[in-house]
Design a protein around this ligand. Structure first.
Ligand code: MG
Length: 270
């Protein structure tokens, strides 16, 4: 049976040094593989075991990296295993087919955004006006589709994010807080819509997914079954769903566990 595995990357399969959450004595720590270099420095890791599992998965299923990253940020990741035919970037805004953005898909996404939510400029203006330089480090626009702020978490008032979320909700936008980043993303810009498109194109009969943040919730619900790690925005909110398994593992070991679950699901499906 053709199985589609759509997985978030950051803090689901790959982890920065600050997100590893290793708790064992150093001498017993798993060996790590660096899968992303940024500005000549190592940035993201998976365990060596997870790397092996991912390579096996790539041979056994249609593995689709499904990320909020821009194409450029995605392209510097060097995942083990066969190069995925499909990849979902910019939270569904770009569907890469053999590394090239599908023009037809991107056009359909832009048409939906124009119809269904407030324009990016309105959100940018709000952020520029209301973000406080005391905690704001950077303001960025990703792929002309959505915006994010890089913030100093210890200085960021929780209330500020809540009021942004309420403001955004009324304009058809979603807010997600992940590590040092606050994302403002149009509601119609979803990973799940892109996953459905890949399922249609590949004729997949079963879809499985994993993710850790609010921007993964629609993906998890759209899949036939899904997993979320013991850390992250969804875990913090105690979020779950009918076919969702909340795993106890946190950090880079959760990535390993998720890959084991993917492989089990693929092998069970036969
Ligand atoms: Mg994530």
């Amino acid at each position: 049976m053709a199985v589609l595995v759509a997985s978030d990357l950051d803090r689901t399969l790959i982890y920065s040094a600050g997100a590893l959450a290793l708790t064992m004595p150093d001498a017993r720590a798993p060996r790590l593989l660096c899968v992303e270099v940024h500005e000549s420095r190592p940035l993201s890791y998976m365990t060596e075991t997870a790397a092996q599992l991912l390579a096996e998965l790539g041979d056994a299923a249609v593995f689709v990296p499904t990320t909020t990253r821009t194409r450029k940020q995605y392209e510097r990741i060097n995942l083990p295993g066969p190069a995925p035919r499909y990849a979902i970037c910019a939270n569904g805004g770009h569907l890469l087919v053999d590394g090239v953005s599908d023009v037809d898909w991107h056009g359909r996404v832009l048409a939906r955004l124009a119809d269904e939510c407030a324009p990016l400029d309105e959100v940018r203006a709000y952020l520029a006006e209301h973000a406080d330089p005391v905690w704001l480090r950077k303001q960025r626009v990703a792929e002309d589709l959505f915006a994010y702020l890089v913030v100093e978490r210890e200085l960021l008032p929780e209330e500020w994010v809540k009021s942004l979320a309420v403001w955004a909700e009324n304009r058809g936008w979603t807010v997600s807080l992940q590590g040092r980043k606050i994302y403002a993303v149009p509601k119609p810009l979803t990973k799940s819509a892109a996953m459905r498109e890949v399922a249609r194109r590949t004729g997949a009969e079963l879809t499985v997914a994993a993710g850790d943040s609010l921007l993964d919730a629609d993906l998890l619900l759209a899949a036939d079954c899904g997993w979320r790690p013991g850390h992250g925005e969804l875990a913090d909110a105690g979020w779950t769903g009918p076919a969702i398994t909340a795993l106890p593992e946190r950090g880079v070991l959760a990535g390993e566990r998720i890959l084991r679950e993917f492989l089990k699901a693929v092998r069970t499906a036969g």
